[in-house]
Design a protein. Structure first.
Length: 568
């Protein structure tokens, strides 16, 4: 059907009709005269030399471009490269991470709207790029497909970039030589693609497929094979069909599709950052998704796989075992199977088509190649990896708006834990104190003033790894923060506390020595004692009220793009 500012249903033809200068400008970039009446397709990737997750996306764009052209549409390739959170972590560069999601979404919107495109293909691999692209897809509501950028090949011994975080400590302790450290560094990233674990990058690729915005089986496909290019070519063909049939993202995105994604996220033990990103994508689609949905919608969803870093297997092994379609097959009684997807068919029809095409047979045989079975990687609902799901939403007197914990990455001996608070107002001070053995077993490291309104909500990966890499602290120390965590985080980490300290949240009232209780079973995180003395909830509230009377939250001056944080 026709839409406002379209000609025969095509926005590009409206632009041509009312702006005769468009034709010579498009021909000036290489279009032929006979290409001008065709549907115009924007291919927007994060290609760049910035990191291995984006380095290869020019090849993805080229494969998609050729298929778009062969499908009687006219492609145009754009790029806005992303940053690497692994490079940005542990220093002020991480303050720019979350805001980059908004910038990528905004530039994709600008590209699409300024030139009048009729369809959209996006491709990205990593932490903020994929959610940024999904936000843009929902916001623009042009016929669209997302191509996940795939996963990196595992290093020897399944080492990854995450393996490098502890090497400086090991060298300083004398348990690792500089040459041994260099071996890890040289072998951790052997190909392009997203890091080999279920961090935010891999998680959000999986969420793109779970929402129905990526082709079945495409999430975390091996980026070092031609499989990814085949998905790109298929997307180039499929976008022409979506434009012709006028199937748009808002025909695909629904409350039900987001519930599907949340349940799949629980089953794969996905990154806690999905609690930020999925609601942001939903908001662009006019659908309400809250933190509480990650608790209420997953109570009967078991954990079906244990992918690094919370488990054993790299993401490519997860894909070879069947990936997201295998998870969907296992969860079919818990999913809405009649939701629409970018194939133009429902989820139910997609699973049937995969079965008929031999997709699941191939997974069985790929596992046999490695002398393994699918069940080594992806468990059944009846015999899951864990009866509980991957993450939990905790609430209490220091998280009245909620907090998030990836409990599938926590030893169950720490599911109920009480410790004395050790308070820091930035991550750098906390990491320094951990390495200098100021932080002691049995304590709870509190890192505050690192939320969105303070510093842009940087990840606390350095702090969590510092704890996990010290044997004396790994099973005896927790961390609580109004910042966020990397999907690679391990151990008892409670983050995303709301309200944050900069907004007057109770985390700003905690003092050294206060007792903090974390209880996964009760889904709670609270101060239960003041200065080492156990107190009733009423006594804690009274102590907080007294502290608040003489307390003013810190104010933060932001410059440059960080000023836009207040708009998030």
């Amino acid at each position: 059907m026709d839409h406002p500012f379209t000609e025969n249903g095509l926005k590009s033809q409206y632009v041509r009709k009312f702006g005769p200068e468009a034709d010579p400008l498009w021909m000036g970039k290489g279009a032929r005269r006979q290409d001008l009446p065709k549907p115009q397709i924007l291919i927007d990737t994060t290609y760049g030399d910035s990191h291995p997750g984006s380095k290869h996306l020019n090849m993805v764009a080229e494969a998609a471009k050729n298929a778009v052209y062969a499908s009687q549409c006219m492609p145009s390739v754009y790029t806005v490269t992303d940053i690497c959170d692994g490079v940005a972590t542990g220093h002020p560069g991480m303050n720019y991470s979350l805001i980059s999601r908004e910038m990528i979404a905004g530039m994709t919107e600008i590209h699409a709207m300024a030139s009048g495109y009729d369809g959209l293909i996006t491709s990205s691999s990593c932490d903020k790029a994929t959610p940024g692209h999904l936000m843009a897809i929902a916001r623009l509501n042009l016929p669209a497909i997302h191509i996940p950028g795939g996963s990196m090949a595992p290093g020897p011994g399944f080492i990854s970039a995450d393996s490098c975080y502890e090497t400086n400590l090991r060298v300083s302790e004398g348990s690792m030589t500089a040459e041994e450290q260099f071996y890890v560094q040289c072998n951790a990233c052997p190909s392009w693609g997203a890091c080999q674990y279920m961090g935010t990058a891999s998680t959000m690729q999986c969420m793109a497929e779970a929402l129905g915005l990526a082709l079945p089986g495409s999430a975390v496909a091996p980026a070092n094979t031609n499989i990814l290019l085949q998905f790109a070519a298929e997307a180039g063909e499929k976008i022409a069909e979506l434009v012709a049939r006028d199937i748009r993202p808002l025909d695909i995105l629904s409350r039900e599709s987001f519930i599907n994604a949340i349940r799949i996220h629980a089953a794969i033990g996905g990154s806690t950052n999905a609690v930020l990103h999925l609601p942001a994508v939903a908001k662009e689609a006019g659908i309400e998704v809250t933190h509480d949905d990650f608790e209420t919608c997953t109570r009967d969803i078991p954990l079906l796989t244990k992918v690094l870093t919370a488990g054993t297997w790299p993401t490519q092994y997860f894909w070879y075992a069947g990936g997201i379609p295998r998870i969907m097959l296992e969860l079919k009684d818990h999913l809405y199977l009649d939701v629409m997807t970018v194939t133009g068919h429902t989820l139910r029809e997609n699973l049937q088509a995969l079965e008929e095409s031999g997709y699941f047979r191939r997974a069985d045989e790929m596992m046999a190649n490695m002398r393994m079975t699918v069940r080594d990687i992806i468990k059944s609902v009846n015999e899951p990896a864990d009866a509980d799901s991957g993450i939990s939403i905790l609430k209490g007197n220091i998280a009245r708006g909620g907090a998030v914990m990836k409990h599938c990455a926590v030893d169950k001996s720490m599911y109920v834990f009480t410790g004395r608070a050790r308070v820091f107002d930035d991550e750098e001070s906390a990491v320094d104190a951990i390495y200098r053995d100021v932080v002691q077993p049995g304590e709870v490291v509190v890192v505050r003033y690192v939320g969105i309104k303070a510093k842009g909500m940087p990840e606390m990966l350095k702090a969590t790894d510092a704890i996990c890499n010290k044997p004396a602290l790994a099973l005896s120390t927790a961390i609580v923060t109004d910042g966020r965590f990397s999907g690679a985080s391990r151990g008892p980490c409670v983050g995303y506390l709301l309200p944050e300290a900069a907004e007057g949240g109770e985390i700003g009232l905690i003092e050294d020595g206060d007792l903090i209780e974390i209880n996964v079973y009760k889904r709670s995180v609270s101060v239960t004692g003041i200065r080492g003395k156990a107190c009733s909830p009423e006594e804690v509230d009274a102590a907080f009220a007294k502290r608040r009377s003489s307390w003013t939250p810190k104010k933060f001056e932001r410059r440059g793009v960080l000023r836009y944080i207040d708009l998030m």
